[in-house]
Design a protein around this ligand. Structure first.
Ligand SMILES: *[C@@H]1O[C@H](CO)[C@@H](O)[C@H](O)[C@H]1NC(C)=O
Ligand SMILES: *[C@@H]1O[C@H](CO)[C@@H](O)[C@H](O)[C@H]1NC(C)=O
Ligand SMILES: *[C@@H]1O[C@H](CO)[C@@H](O)[C@H](O)[C@H]1NC(C)=O
Length: 390
Protein backbone atom coordinates (compact mmCIF):
# COMPACT_ATOMS: atom_id res chain seq x y z
CA UNK A 1 0.00 0.00 0.00
CA UNK A 2 2.78 2.38 1.01
CA UNK A 3 4.67 1.84 -2.25
CA UNK A 4 1.52 2.25 -4.21
CA UNK A 5 0.75 5.65 -2.68
CA UNK A 6 4.37 6.79 -3.06
CA UNK A 7 4.13 5.97 -6.71
CA UNK A 8 0.94 7.92 -6.90
CA UNK A 9 2.57 10.96 -5.34
CA UNK A 10 5.59 10.73 -7.64
CA UNK A 11 3.21 10.82 -10.48
CA UNK A 12 1.40 13.77 -9.03
CA UNK A 13 4.70 15.68 -8.71
CA UNK A 14 5.57 14.89 -12.26
CA UNK A 15 2.27 16.29 -13.40
CA UNK A 16 2.91 19.48 -11.41
CA UNK A 17 6.35 19.93 -13.00
CA UNK A 18 4.78 19.48 -16.37
CA UNK A 19 2.09 21.92 -15.51
CA UNK A 20 4.83 24.49 -14.63
CA UNK A 21 6.74 23.82 -17.83
CA UNK A 22 3.65 24.21 -19.89
CA UNK A 23 2.71 27.40 -18.13
CA UNK A 24 6.15 28.91 -18.90
CA UNK A 25 6.02 28.28 -22.66
CA UNK A 26 3.70 30.42 -24.60
CA UNK A 27 3.81 28.99 -28.09
CA UNK A 28 1.50 26.18 -29.03
CA UNK A 29 4.16 24.04 -30.72
CA UNK A 30 6.69 24.44 -27.94
CA UNK A 31 4.01 23.66 -25.40
CA UNK A 32 3.01 20.43 -27.07
CA UNK A 33 6.68 19.49 -27.55
CA UNK A 34 7.45 19.87 -23.88
CA UNK A 35 4.23 18.18 -22.98
CA UNK A 36 5.40 15.22 -25.05
CA UNK A 37 8.77 15.34 -23.32
CA UNK A 38 7.00 15.34 -19.99
CA UNK A 39 4.85 12.44 -20.91
CA UNK A 40 7.94 10.54 -22.03
CA UNK A 41 9.68 11.44 -18.79
CA UNK A 42 6.65 10.20 -16.90
CA UNK A 43 6.70 6.97 -18.82
CA UNK A 44 10.44 6.55 -18.45
CA UNK A 45 10.43 4.87 -15.09
CA UNK A 46 7.57 2.52 -15.94
CA UNK A 47 9.06 1.72 -19.33
CA UNK A 48 12.40 0.88 -17.79
CA UNK A 49 10.76 -1.42 -15.27
CA UNK A 50 8.91 -3.00 -18.13
CA UNK A 51 11.99 -3.70 -20.20
CA UNK A 52 14.29 -4.66 -17.34
CA UNK A 53 11.93 -6.77 -15.28
CA UNK A 54 8.63 -7.67 -16.88
CA UNK A 55 9.86 -8.84 -20.28
CA UNK A 56 12.69 -11.12 -19.04
CA UNK A 57 10.41 -12.55 -16.35
CA UNK A 58 7.72 -13.29 -18.92
CA UNK A 59 10.23 -14.91 -21.26
CA UNK A 60 11.51 -17.03 -18.39
CA UNK A 61 7.95 -18.03 -17.44
CA UNK A 62 7.17 -19.03 -21.00
CA UNK A 63 10.43 -21.00 -21.06
CA UNK A 64 9.47 -22.83 -17.87
CA UNK A 65 5.81 -23.27 -18.56
CA UNK A 66 5.43 -22.83 -22.31
CA UNK A 67 4.46 -26.45 -22.74
CA UNK A 68 1.86 -26.11 -20.01
CA UNK A 69 0.44 -22.96 -21.52
CA UNK A 70 0.11 -24.53 -24.95
CA UNK A 71 -1.43 -27.71 -23.53
CA UNK A 72 -3.82 -25.70 -21.44
CA UNK A 73 -4.88 -23.75 -24.52
CA UNK A 74 -5.14 -26.91 -26.60
CA UNK A 75 -8.96 -26.81 -26.68
CA UNK A 76 -8.59 -23.53 -28.62
CA UNK A 77 -6.19 -24.77 -31.29
CA UNK A 78 -7.08 -28.40 -31.68
CA UNK A 79 -10.44 -30.06 -31.94
CA UNK A 80 -10.88 -33.59 -30.63
CA UNK A 81 -10.56 -36.49 -33.10
CA UNK A 82 -13.69 -38.13 -34.39
CA UNK A 83 -15.12 -40.18 -31.52
CA UNK A 84 -14.87 -43.96 -31.67
CA UNK A 85 -17.86 -46.17 -32.18
CA UNK A 86 -17.67 -47.99 -28.85
CA UNK A 87 -19.20 -51.41 -28.87
CA UNK A 88 -20.47 -53.07 -25.68
CA UNK A 89 -18.40 -55.91 -24.30
CA UNK A 90 -20.13 -58.80 -22.54
CA UNK A 91 -18.31 -61.19 -20.27
CA UNK A 92 -18.90 -63.51 -17.37
CA UNK A 93 -16.87 -66.62 -16.62
CA UNK A 94 -20.05 -68.63 -16.29
CA UNK A 95 -21.53 -67.72 -19.68
CA UNK A 96 -20.81 -70.02 -22.61
CA UNK A 97 -18.73 -68.82 -25.55
CA UNK A 98 -21.67 -69.37 -27.86
CA UNK A 99 -23.86 -67.03 -25.80
CA UNK A 100 -21.07 -64.48 -25.51
CA UNK A 101 -20.56 -64.39 -29.28
CA UNK A 102 -24.29 -64.08 -29.80
CA UNK A 103 -24.52 -61.20 -27.31
CA UNK A 104 -22.03 -59.32 -29.50
CA UNK A 105 -24.04 -60.13 -32.62
CA UNK A 106 -21.43 -62.60 -33.87
CA UNK A 107 -21.56 -66.30 -34.63
CA UNK A 108 -19.28 -68.93 -33.16
CA UNK A 109 -16.57 -70.76 -35.16
CA UNK A 110 -15.92 -74.49 -35.20
CA UNK A 111 -12.37 -73.94 -34.10
CA UNK A 112 -10.67 -70.81 -32.75
CA UNK A 113 -8.43 -68.58 -34.89
CA UNK A 114 -4.70 -68.75 -34.35
CA UNK A 115 -3.43 -65.80 -32.30
CA UNK A 116 -0.20 -63.82 -32.84
CA UNK A 117 0.93 -61.40 -30.17
CA UNK A 118 3.61 -59.07 -31.57
CA UNK A 119 5.49 -56.43 -29.57
CA UNK A 120 8.45 -54.10 -29.89
CA UNK A 121 10.44 -54.51 -26.72
CA UNK A 122 12.36 -51.81 -24.94
CA UNK A 123 12.98 -52.66 -21.27
CA UNK A 124 9.59 -53.59 -19.78
CA UNK A 125 10.60 -57.00 -18.38
CA UNK A 126 7.96 -57.20 -15.64
CA UNK A 127 5.08 -55.97 -17.78
CA UNK A 128 6.11 -58.43 -20.50
CA UNK A 129 5.89 -61.33 -18.04
CA UNK A 130 2.43 -60.28 -16.85
CA UNK A 131 1.29 -59.75 -20.45
CA UNK A 132 2.50 -63.08 -21.74
CA UNK A 133 1.18 -65.00 -18.73
CA UNK A 134 -2.22 -63.32 -19.06
CA UNK A 135 -2.65 -64.40 -22.68
CA UNK A 136 -0.74 -67.68 -22.41
CA UNK A 137 -3.65 -70.09 -22.93
CA UNK A 138 -4.70 -68.45 -26.18
CA UNK A 139 -1.55 -67.34 -28.02
CA UNK A 140 -0.19 -69.42 -30.90
CA UNK A 141 3.01 -67.44 -31.46
CA UNK A 142 4.67 -64.76 -29.39
CA UNK A 143 6.63 -62.42 -31.65
CA UNK A 144 9.10 -60.01 -30.06
CA UNK A 145 11.46 -57.63 -31.79
CA UNK A 146 14.26 -55.87 -29.97
CA UNK A 147 16.75 -53.30 -31.27
CA UNK A 148 20.13 -52.20 -29.95
CA UNK A 149 18.88 -48.64 -30.37
CA UNK A 150 16.13 -46.85 -28.46
CA UNK A 151 13.66 -44.79 -30.49
CA UNK A 152 15.71 -41.76 -29.49
CA UNK A 153 18.91 -43.29 -30.89
CA UNK A 154 20.61 -44.28 -27.63
CA UNK A 155 22.54 -47.54 -27.56
CA UNK A 156 20.49 -50.14 -25.72
CA UNK A 157 21.70 -53.50 -24.45
CA UNK A 158 19.60 -56.45 -25.67
CA UNK A 159 17.59 -56.62 -22.47
CA UNK A 160 15.23 -59.37 -23.60
CA UNK A 161 18.17 -61.55 -24.69
CA UNK A 162 19.78 -61.24 -21.27
CA UNK A 163 16.49 -62.11 -19.52
CA UNK A 164 15.47 -64.85 -21.90
CA UNK A 165 15.86 -67.63 -19.33
CA UNK A 166 12.97 -66.05 -17.37
CA UNK A 167 10.68 -66.60 -20.36
CA UNK A 168 11.05 -70.38 -20.73
CA UNK A 169 7.26 -70.69 -20.52
CA UNK A 170 6.95 -69.29 -24.06
CA UNK A 171 10.15 -70.70 -25.57
CA UNK A 172 8.43 -73.23 -27.84
CA UNK A 173 6.11 -70.53 -29.19
CA UNK A 174 8.56 -67.63 -29.40
CA UNK A 175 9.84 -65.86 -32.51
CA UNK A 176 12.54 -63.47 -31.31
CA UNK A 177 14.17 -60.98 -33.66
CA UNK A 178 16.92 -58.39 -33.29
CA UNK A 179 17.26 -55.35 -35.52
CA UNK A 180 20.27 -53.03 -35.63
CA UNK A 181 19.59 -49.38 -34.89
CA UNK A 182 20.30 -46.74 -37.53
CA UNK A 183 21.75 -44.26 -34.99
CA UNK A 184 20.86 -41.15 -37.00
CA UNK A 185 21.87 -38.11 -34.94
CA UNK A 186 19.20 -35.50 -34.29
CA UNK A 187 16.42 -37.37 -36.07
CA UNK A 188 12.81 -37.33 -34.89
CA UNK A 189 12.40 -40.51 -32.75
CA UNK A 190 9.23 -41.39 -34.64
CA UNK A 191 11.37 -42.44 -37.64
CA UNK A 192 13.32 -45.05 -35.68
CA UNK A 193 10.03 -46.26 -34.20
CA UNK A 194 8.48 -46.60 -37.66
CA UNK A 195 11.60 -48.41 -38.92
CA UNK A 196 11.35 -50.94 -36.10
CA UNK A 197 7.66 -51.52 -36.79
CA UNK A 198 8.39 -52.28 -40.44
CA UNK A 199 10.89 -54.89 -39.27
CA UNK A 200 8.26 -56.34 -36.99
CA UNK A 201 6.07 -56.91 -40.08
CA UNK A 202 8.83 -59.02 -41.61
CA UNK A 203 9.33 -60.95 -38.39
CA UNK A 204 5.62 -61.76 -38.32
CA UNK A 205 5.86 -63.31 -41.78
CA UNK A 206 8.87 -65.33 -40.63
CA UNK A 207 6.78 -66.50 -37.68
CA UNK A 208 4.29 -67.93 -40.17
CA UNK A 209 1.29 -65.65 -39.81
CA UNK A 210 -1.50 -66.46 -42.27
CA UNK A 211 -4.73 -65.01 -43.60
CA UNK A 212 -7.40 -64.44 -40.93
CA UNK A 213 -5.09 -65.20 -38.00
CA UNK A 214 -5.70 -62.84 -35.11
CA UNK A 215 -2.88 -60.31 -34.72
CA UNK A 216 -2.55 -58.20 -31.59
CA UNK A 217 -0.74 -54.89 -32.18
CA UNK A 218 0.08 -53.13 -28.96
CA UNK A 219 2.88 -51.89 -26.76
CA UNK A 220 4.16 -54.25 -24.09
CA UNK A 221 2.36 -52.30 -21.37
CA UNK A 222 -1.02 -52.42 -23.16
CA UNK A 223 -2.36 -55.77 -21.99
CA UNK A 224 -5.57 -57.20 -23.44
CA UNK A 225 -7.43 -59.36 -20.93
CA UNK A 226 -7.32 -63.10 -21.63
CA UNK A 227 -11.09 -63.41 -21.99
CA UNK A 228 -11.09 -60.63 -24.62
CA UNK A 229 -8.62 -62.57 -26.77
CA UNK A 230 -10.53 -65.79 -26.24
CA UNK A 231 -13.75 -64.10 -27.37
CA UNK A 232 -12.15 -62.66 -30.49
CA UNK A 233 -10.52 -65.93 -31.52
CA UNK A 234 -13.77 -67.89 -31.15
CA UNK A 235 -16.33 -65.55 -32.68
CA UNK A 236 -16.95 -65.27 -36.38
CA UNK A 237 -17.66 -62.01 -38.20
CA UNK A 238 -15.73 -59.82 -35.78
CA UNK A 239 -14.58 -56.55 -37.39
CA UNK A 240 -11.47 -56.73 -39.56
CA UNK A 241 -9.78 -54.20 -37.26
CA UNK A 242 -10.90 -53.53 -33.72
CA UNK A 243 -9.33 -51.12 -31.24
CA UNK A 244 -9.27 -52.14 -27.60
CA UNK A 245 -10.36 -49.78 -24.88
CA UNK A 246 -8.01 -50.29 -21.95
CA UNK A 247 -8.03 -48.91 -18.45
CA UNK A 248 -5.20 -46.40 -18.09
CA UNK A 249 -2.92 -46.65 -15.07
CA UNK A 250 0.24 -44.76 -14.22
CA UNK A 251 3.23 -46.22 -12.26
CA UNK A 252 1.11 -49.10 -10.88
CA UNK A 253 -2.47 -50.27 -10.51
CA UNK A 254 -2.75 -47.87 -7.56
CA UNK A 255 -3.15 -44.89 -9.90
CA UNK A 256 -6.17 -45.36 -12.14
CA UNK A 257 -6.35 -42.49 -14.59
CA UNK A 258 -9.23 -43.10 -17.00
CA UNK A 259 -10.65 -45.58 -19.51
CA UNK A 260 -9.32 -43.72 -22.53
CA UNK A 261 -6.49 -45.90 -23.81
CA UNK A 262 -7.33 -46.95 -27.38
CA UNK A 263 -4.07 -47.54 -29.31
CA UNK A 264 -3.99 -51.31 -28.91
CA UNK A 265 -5.74 -53.09 -31.76
CA UNK A 266 -6.64 -56.59 -32.91
CA UNK A 267 -6.59 -57.48 -36.61
CA UNK A 268 -7.77 -60.37 -38.71
CA UNK A 269 -4.56 -60.64 -40.67
CA UNK A 270 -4.71 -59.85 -44.41
CA UNK A 271 -1.58 -60.79 -46.32
CA UNK A 272 -0.08 -57.77 -48.07
CA UNK A 273 -2.56 -55.41 -46.45
CA UNK A 274 -2.04 -55.58 -42.70
CA UNK A 275 0.85 -53.45 -41.44
CA UNK A 276 1.99 -53.17 -37.88
CA UNK A 277 0.97 -49.76 -36.51
CA UNK A 278 0.24 -48.07 -33.24
CA UNK A 279 -2.08 -45.29 -34.39
CA UNK A 280 -5.79 -45.17 -35.15
CA UNK A 281 -6.70 -47.62 -37.89
CA UNK A 282 -10.45 -48.04 -37.46
CA UNK A 283 -13.48 -46.53 -35.76
CA UNK A 284 -14.62 -49.50 -33.70
CA UNK A 285 -13.56 -49.72 -30.07
CA UNK A 286 -14.29 -52.71 -27.87
CA UNK A 287 -15.16 -51.52 -24.38
CA UNK A 288 -13.29 -52.57 -21.22
CA UNK A 289 -10.82 -54.95 -22.88
CA UNK A 290 -7.76 -54.83 -20.62
CA UNK A 291 -5.15 -52.62 -18.94
CA UNK A 292 -2.57 -50.05 -19.95
CA UNK A 293 0.01 -49.47 -17.23
CA UNK A 294 2.41 -46.66 -18.22
CA UNK A 295 5.79 -46.27 -16.51
CA UNK A 296 5.06 -49.36 -14.39
CA UNK A 297 8.62 -50.29 -13.43
CA UNK A 298 10.14 -52.12 -10.50
CA UNK A 299 13.24 -49.91 -10.41
CA UNK A 300 13.73 -46.16 -10.73
CA UNK A 301 16.66 -46.80 -13.09
CA UNK A 302 14.35 -48.64 -15.52
CA UNK A 303 11.92 -45.76 -15.42
CA UNK A 304 14.69 -43.23 -16.11
CA UNK A 305 15.85 -45.34 -19.05
CA UNK A 306 12.35 -45.31 -20.49
CA UNK A 307 12.01 -41.55 -20.04
CA UNK A 308 15.14 -41.07 -22.15
CA UNK A 309 14.37 -43.78 -24.67
CA UNK A 310 10.84 -43.21 -25.83
CA UNK A 311 9.53 -41.01 -28.59
CA UNK A 312 8.44 -38.16 -26.33
CA UNK A 313 11.86 -37.66 -24.76
CA UNK A 314 11.55 -33.95 -25.64
CA UNK A 315 9.41 -33.80 -22.52
CA UNK A 316 12.54 -34.24 -20.40
CA UNK A 317 13.15 -30.49 -20.52
CA UNK A 318 15.28 -30.20 -17.39
CA UNK A 319 18.00 -32.49 -16.05
CA UNK A 320 16.40 -32.57 -12.59
CA UNK A 321 13.41 -34.43 -14.08
CA UNK A 322 15.71 -37.48 -14.09
CA UNK A 323 16.72 -37.13 -10.45
CA UNK A 324 15.85 -40.48 -8.75
CA UNK A 325 14.65 -38.88 -5.49
CA UNK A 326 12.34 -36.57 -7.37
CA UNK A 327 10.98 -39.50 -9.40
CA UNK A 328 10.35 -41.51 -6.24
CA UNK A 329 8.34 -38.61 -4.78
CA UNK A 330 6.44 -38.12 -8.02
CA UNK A 331 5.44 -41.80 -8.06
CA UNK A 332 4.21 -41.80 -4.47
CA UNK A 333 2.15 -38.65 -5.11
CA UNK A 334 0.70 -39.88 -8.40
CA UNK A 335 2.01 -36.66 -9.96
CA UNK A 336 3.31 -36.11 -13.50
CA UNK A 337 6.90 -37.13 -14.36
CA UNK A 338 7.26 -34.35 -16.90
CA UNK A 339 5.31 -31.73 -14.95
CA UNK A 340 2.81 -31.47 -17.77
CA UNK A 341 -0.81 -30.46 -18.09
CA UNK A 342 -3.25 -33.29 -18.92
CA UNK A 343 -3.53 -33.85 -22.68
CA UNK A 344 -7.23 -33.30 -23.15
CA UNK A 345 -9.43 -31.53 -25.63
CA UNK A 346 -11.82 -29.63 -23.39
CA UNK A 347 -11.17 -27.22 -20.51
CA UNK A 348 -13.52 -29.24 -18.35
CA UNK A 349 -11.45 -32.40 -18.78
CA UNK A 350 -8.14 -30.57 -18.33
CA UNK A 351 -9.27 -28.93 -15.14
CA UNK A 352 -10.83 -32.16 -13.90
CA UNK A 353 -7.47 -33.89 -14.25
CA UNK A 354 -5.16 -31.19 -12.90
CA UNK A 355 -3.07 -32.27 -9.93
CA UNK A 356 -2.08 -35.74 -8.80
CA UNK A 357 -4.08 -38.86 -9.62
CA UNK A 358 -6.13 -40.02 -6.61
CA UNK A 359 -5.08 -43.33 -5.04
CA UNK A 360 -7.19 -46.36 -5.89
CA UNK A 361 -7.48 -49.24 -3.46
CA UNK A 362 -9.23 -51.58 -5.84
CA UNK A 363 -7.23 -54.57 -7.01
CA UNK A 364 -10.32 -56.24 -8.45
CA UNK A 365 -10.21 -57.33 -12.11
CA UNK A 366 -6.45 -57.19 -12.56
CA UNK A 367 -4.34 -59.71 -14.51
CA UNK A 368 -4.56 -63.01 -12.64
CA UNK A 369 -0.82 -63.70 -12.82
CA UNK A 370 -0.23 -60.47 -10.94
CA UNK A 371 -2.48 -61.47 -8.03
CA UNK A 372 -1.18 -65.04 -8.00
CA UNK A 373 2.34 -63.62 -7.63
CA UNK A 374 1.49 -60.59 -5.54
CA UNK A 375 4.67 -60.77 -3.46
CA UNK A 376 6.91 -60.69 -6.51
CA UNK A 377 4.94 -57.86 -8.16
CA UNK A 378 3.83 -55.94 -5.12
CA UNK A 379 5.25 -52.70 -6.59
CA UNK A 380 2.27 -52.80 -8.96
CA UNK A 381 -0.33 -53.12 -6.22
CA UNK A 382 -1.95 -50.39 -4.07
CA UNK A 383 0.10 -49.17 -1.11
CA UNK A 384 3.56 -50.01 -2.50
CA UNK A 385 4.85 -46.89 -4.19
CA UNK A 386 8.46 -47.21 -2.95
CA UNK A 387 10.62 -48.51 -5.79
CA UNK A 388 13.70 -50.71 -5.59
CA UNK A 389 16.85 -48.65 -5.91
CA UNK A 390 19.53 -49.36 -8.50
C1 LIG B 1 -21.97 -70.98 -12.58
O1 LIG B 1 -22.73 -72.06 -13.15
C2 LIG B 1 -22.89 -73.16 -12.28
C3 LIG B 1 -23.57 -74.30 -13.07
O2 LIG B 1 -24.43 -73.83 -14.05
C4 LIG B 1 -23.69 -72.73 -11.06
O3 LIG B 1 -23.84 -73.81 -10.18
C5 LIG B 1 -22.94 -71.61 -10.34
O4 LIG B 1 -23.67 -71.11 -9.27
C6 LIG B 1 -22.65 -70.46 -11.33
N1 LIG B 1 -21.77 -69.51 -10.69
C7 LIG B 1 -21.99 -68.19 -10.71
C8 LIG B 1 -20.99 -67.33 -10.04
O5 LIG B 1 -22.95 -67.70 -11.30
C1 LIG C 1 23.60 -52.94 -33.48
O1 LIG C 1 23.24 -54.17 -34.06
C2 LIG C 1 23.71 -54.32 -35.40
C3 LIG C 1 23.11 -55.58 -35.96
O2 LIG C 1 23.04 -56.60 -35.00
C4 LIG C 1 25.23 -54.31 -35.41
O3 LIG C 1 25.71 -54.43 -36.74
C5 LIG C 1 25.71 -53.00 -34.81
O4 LIG C 1 27.12 -53.01 -34.71
C6 LIG C 1 25.12 -52.80 -33.43
N1 LIG C 1 25.46 -51.48 -32.97
C7 LIG C 1 25.90 -51.23 -31.74
C8 LIG C 1 26.26 -49.80 -31.44
O5 LIG C 1 25.99 -52.07 -30.87
C1 LIG D 1 -14.10 -47.13 -16.44
O1 LIG D 1 -14.77 -48.29 -16.88
C2 LIG D 1 -15.27 -49.10 -15.81
C3 LIG D 1 -15.84 -50.36 -16.43
O2 LIG D 1 -16.52 -50.12 -17.59
C4 LIG D 1 -16.30 -48.32 -15.02
O3 LIG D 1 -16.77 -49.10 -13.94
C5 LIG D 1 -15.65 -47.05 -14.49
O4 LIG D 1 -16.60 -46.25 -13.84
C6 LIG D 1 -15.02 -46.24 -15.60
N1 LIG D 1 -14.28 -45.16 -15.01
C7 LIG D 1 -14.18 -43.95 -15.56
C8 LIG D 1 -13.40 -42.93 -14.81
O5 LIG D 1 -14.66 -43.69 -16.64
Amino acid sequence: MLNMSEGYYNFKKNDDICGDVCAQHGSHVASSMSRLRCILRGLDFKTCIFFIVVIPVSIFCVYLHGQKISYFLRPLWESPPKPFHEIPHYYHENVSMESLCRLHGWGIRESPRRVYDAVLFNNEVDMLTIRWKEMQPYVTQYVLLESNSTFTGLIKPLIFASNRENFKFVESRLTYGVVGGRFKKGENPFYEEAYQRVNLDQLLRLAGIEEDDLLIMSDVDEIPSAHTINLLRWCDEIPQILHLQLRNYLYSFEFFLDNNSWRASVHRYQTGKTHYAHYRQADVLLSDAGWHCSFCFRRISELIFKMKAYSHNDRVRFAHYLNPERIQDVICEGADLFDMIPEEYTFKEIIGKLGPIPHSYSAVHLPSYLLNNAEKYKFLLPGNCRRESG
